[in-house]
Every structure is written in C-alpha cells, then in structure tokens.
Design a protein around this ligand. Structure first.
Ligand SMILES: O=C(O)CCC(=O)C(=O)O
Ligand SMILES: [Mn+2]
Length: 166
C-alpha cells in the first residue's frame, strides 16, 4: 500500500453535477497498457504502461480470473467518509459481459450489491484486508455495486479493479 501511495499518479477528480464541479469522494489512479484510453468520470485517461510494483498483482488477478487484463483502476479512500456510489462497470468498451477482479488493501469495508431490475434486493459482503473479489460476467449485467460511507472506519483503503478494455 505504501508503495502504491507514492508510486502512482493519484488524482482528486471532479464530476460535473448540475453544472458545477463536485469532488469525487476518493482519489483515483489509472494504469494500463501504453496507449490505451479509458473514459470515466467524463474524462479520457491514457495508459502509460505498467510499473514493476503492479506486475505480480496483475499476474495474480489474471490467474484468479482465468483471463488477461489490460488496465486497472485504483481507488484510495482516506477513511470511511470516502465512498463510491451505486454503479455497474458496464461501459460499452468493456464488452457485453466484463469480468472485474478486485484486490482490497487496508481497512476492511462493506460492499453492497443491488439487483438492477429490483433494487430492493440487496446483498452485503465484507471486503477484507488483502482479499480478492472476482466479479464474474453476469455481475455487471444484473447488479449494481457500491462502497457505502462507514463513519466508524478510520483507516484508509486502496482497491485495485482489473478490467479488460476491448
Ligand atoms: O473500491 C471498491 O471497493 C469499489 C471500486 C469500484 O467499484 C470501481 O472502481 O469501479
Ligand atoms: Mn465498480
């Protein structure tokens, strides 16, 4: 975690909400194959290649998921006040059924799922320190997920979500 914190080009991004920039409640970094472009939060992000420190983690993600990945999005949550709202990683560039492999470092945090067709159907799981969550293809098709605010969490957390851009 210490290595990732100093090594990566973290950004405090903003989203336009009702015509005004609003800070995203976390810091974000993007790493990808050189020349690859991923559009999220309304901005283009360009890959510049993989730092040495991420190669073994990427290999583990690929081993666990049984497929290759060409980019990773990292989120750095300072404490339980930082969060991520409801969404699915279902952008067209990820293809019709994207597998997402996520590594959690630092503070354990709750992670929520809700069914797109019936949002009252929810599941909660704990993302434990140094644990992997492999979201299989249907997960993004059928479900949204979120990392809710947890005011009692004082420690920071970094997540790495590996994706394959087509
Ligand atoms: O940090 C997390 O647990 C969630 C990350 C996430 O959903 C994403 O990067 O799309
Ligand atoms: Mn996501």
């Amino acid at each position: 975690m210490a290595k990732l914190k100093t090594l990566l080009p973290w950004q405090q991004e903003s989203l336009m909400m009702f015509g005004r920039p609003v800070k995203v409640p976390r810091q974000v970094a993007f790493v990808a194959d050189k020349g690859l472009c991923y559009r999220y939060s309304g901005k283009d992000h360009w890959g510049t290649g993989w730092p040495e420190a991420l190669l073994a983690i990427k290999a583990e993600a690929e081993h666990l998921a049984g497929q290759a990945f060409n980019c990773v999005l990292l989120n750095w949550y300072q404490d339980g006040q930082d969060y991520m709202g409801w969404h699915a990683d279902d952008e067209a560039v990820l293809g019709p059924a994207p597998v997402v492999a996520m590594l959690s470092l630092g503070a354990p945090r709750d992670f929520l799922f809700r069914l797109k067709q019936a949002p009252k159907v929810k599941h909660k799981l704990l993302l434990e320190t140094d644990s992997w969550l492999i979201m299989e293809a249907d997960t993004q098709v059928l479900w949204q997920h979120s990392l809710p605010v947890r005011k009692n969490v004082q420690e920071e957390r970094i997540s790495l979500t590996f994706r394959l851009l087509l």
